[in-house]
Design a protein around this ligand. Sequence first.
Ligand SMILES: NC(=O)c1ccc[n+]([C@@H]2O[C@H](COP(=O)([O-])OP(=O)(O)OC[C@H]3O[C@@H](n4cnc5c(N)ncnc54)[C@H](OP(=O)(O)O)[C@@H]3O)[C@@H](O)[C@H]2O)c1
Length: 316
Amino acid sequence: MSRASRALILERFGSLPVLRERPVPDRKPGETLLRVRTAQVGHLDLDVVEGTFGLLPDLPSVPGTEACGEVVASDTHQPGSLVRVRGGGVGLRRDGGWADHLVAPDNAVVAVPQGTDPAVACSFFSPAATAWAAVHAVAAVKPGERVVVTGAAGAVGAMTVQVAARAGAEVIGVVGRPAKLAHVPSPAKAVLAADLSIEATGGPADVLVDTVGGSVLTAALPLVRPRGRAALVGYTAGREFTVDLAHFLLADVAILPVNLLSRSRELVDVGDRLLAEISEGTLHLPIERFGLDDLAEAVRRLRGGKVVGKAVFELT
Ligand SMILES: NC(=O)c1ccc[n+]([C@@H]2O[C@H](COP(=O)([O-])OP(=O)(O)OC[C@H]3O[C@@H](n4cnc5c(N)ncnc54)[C@H](OP(=O)(O)O)[C@@H]3O)[C@@H](O)[C@H]2O)c1
């Protein structure tokens, strides 16, 4: 095809992708071509741009691991229907959604209910499914337990606060800066990371869900009671974590990884339910919207911990 189509092209790891025109990509059998309406800008995408993630594409490549758009051509999806794309190596091993057009394997394409906000459709799954996995599948939170959530105004953290509260937990939401206190969803008690203590949380925690890592994880872990659980989700504040084995054994806290990539398939139905609840407004996911030519600003806000909720490209 010769029609022009814009794409953010990553030419070198560690430098920002550049907006260029290219032909609309060709589709093979078993693939879907879509006109992208929205694409998420997430930490995973920035790790790919930096070249620090465990799976990386050959360059040049288009980043963007999650997108939503209208089907242009497909063997399995109705032309004109709204779909979301995630998985199948999209944005990791093959071109992703930071472009006007995207070709994705059919098994990475999921129909989206009519009337869904495309910005929600491209961005809800990672925070909502990760929160659900952390609270239910990994930490197995029970009613009445005290749950501390770090990064509680972030996308995953804010969703985790809501999912844990619905599970009947008493939730304490920890944020790094005063401006974020007001963005911790109710009914959680909001606490500044600098003020973190057993007194501030109202007693030892049964469960910690950490979305921040680094020094925040080091400060929050001692708040968990013996035989409690710590579910580790993210590492925006630092990916290194040192364990003193003597302290670790004495503390007797189970440190558990949350891995959305390995759990995605089992969470498809949960994802559909959570999308419906976000669309109905019973779960809240704030979204900051950017144009494709605003990449630098989106990255600056995300890397600086300034985004409240999800950052999303809206394409016209
Ligand atoms: N394990 C998984 O499968 C999985 C799935 C989804 C996401 N994640 C990871 O989970 C983490 C959180 O994702 P998210 O979408 O919730 O991100 P987010 O919305 O940007 O929230 C991250 C929070 O981390 C805090 N933070 C502290 N230092 C920071 C720094 N240097 N840069 C940016 N933020 C910083 C910020 O809160 P304060 O200002 O309150 O400190 C920010 O709100 C990321 O590392 C992401 O890669 C993991």
